[in-house]
Design a protein around this ligand. Structure first.
Ligand SMILES: NC(=O)c1ccc[n+]([C@@H]2O[C@H](COP(=O)([O-])OP(=O)(O)OC[C@H]3O[C@@H](n4cnc5c(N)ncnc54)[C@H](O)[C@@H]3O)[C@@H](O)[C@H]2O)c1
Length: 281
């Protein structure tokens, strides 16, 4: 597939990271948000992160300038109607995503693929808003996007083989390793990773010390951070929402959110952001 233009919809943390990765790989990229000002804020963050890369000696000043020349911003999807790839990274809300995909499908060039970076909603459902659901595909990036190497490629039930292939090609073109994942809650990585962190919380509920659980996983499995440190860092409310979704969708008791996790969230112990979780901050 020839990709001469990418449109990224949503200029928050993920959208900016995706746009940064695209321009660093030589792709003309339009960053769109609900207003041009919002999109420009995202572009400002990209300029800042690229400057930090220059200061760390990871790229040259010329590389930074060349990348930034490929970036444009807008408050209108119309400006991206000639894009070959669209990546939607707007707020995680089904109504918002359905509206966006209905509009994108009408506006954007028929041959383009429409990707969604949802972290857990059904790709099939999001695609249902488009008249051509066969061109909608999940591309799940990880935080921080420029540094994380994986993109999960998630076809919905109506995604065509060609769209799936194009999504793989796009991921590879921007330097990522791509893996096919199922269109079920948690996709692939979180389906494994969230229950592991949930299990670590069961161990605490059974009387084990958080420090011991974390130390064991760091030294025994070579994890850079322990599962409970990481749960505190992500936010326990986010972990609970994710586990609840996996449990409800797959209906298997092995995904039951740990009662201690629920209690801590009810108590407002959300981890780092609230000052207290498994550790004090
Ligand atoms: N943050 C993460 O760790 C992470 C990881 C993987 C996937 N995701 C997913 O990526 C998406 C974006 O997450 P984020 O963390 O960047 O959120 P964010 O809140 O930082 O950014 C969302 C952006 O979308 C914009 N937006 C809202 N409605 C819009 C619309 N109709 N058109 C255009 N832009 C619109 C908002 O103004 C905002 O700038 C979500 O679906 C999220 O679940 C997030």
């Amino acid at each position: 597939m020839c990709i001469s233009k990418v449109m990224v919809v949503g200029a928050g943390i993920m959208g900016s990271g995706i746009a940064q990765t695209c321009i660093e790989h030589g792709l003309n990229t339009l960053l769109v948000d609900i207003s041009k000002e919002y999109a420009e804020k995202g572009a400002g963050n990209i300029a800042h992160f690229l400057q930090r890369k220059v200061e760390k000696g990871k790229i040259t000043q010329e590389d930074r300038e060349a990348a930034l020349k490929l970036l444009q911003t807008s408050g209108s999807y119309e400006d991206g109607k000639d894009a070959d790839v669209v990546v939607e990274a707007a707020t995680e809300n089904m109504d918002i995503k359905l509206k966006i995909f209905a509009q994108l499908d009408d506006i954007v060039n028929e041959d383009a693929i429409l990707c969604t970076n949802t972290s857990g909603m059904s790709i099939t459902k999001i695609a249902s808003a488009a008249k051509r659901p066969e061109r909608v595909v999940g591309t799940h990036f990880f935080m921080p996007v420029p540094a994380m190497r994986l993109v999960e490629i998630i076809p919905g039930i109506l995604t065509s083989d060609l769209s799936e292939k194009k999504a793989f090609e796009f991921g590879q073109k921007i330097g990522k390793t791509t893996v096919k994942a199922p269109d079920t809650a948690g996709f692939l990585v979180n389906r494994i990773f969230e229950p592991m962190r949930n299990e670590a919380i069961y161990l605490v509920m059974e009387g084990n010390r958080p420090e011991d659980v974390d130390q064991a996983m760091k030294l025994g499995c070579n994890w850079p951070m322990g599962p409970l440190e990481l749960a505190d860092y992500t936010g326990l409310d986010t972990l609970l929402a994710s586990m609840t979704k996996i449990y409800e969708e797959l209906g298997d008791p092995k995904y039951r959110p740990c009662p201690l996790l629920k209690k801590m969230v009810n108590a407002g112990m959300l981890g780092k952001k609230s000052g207290r979780g498994f550790y004090q901050y």
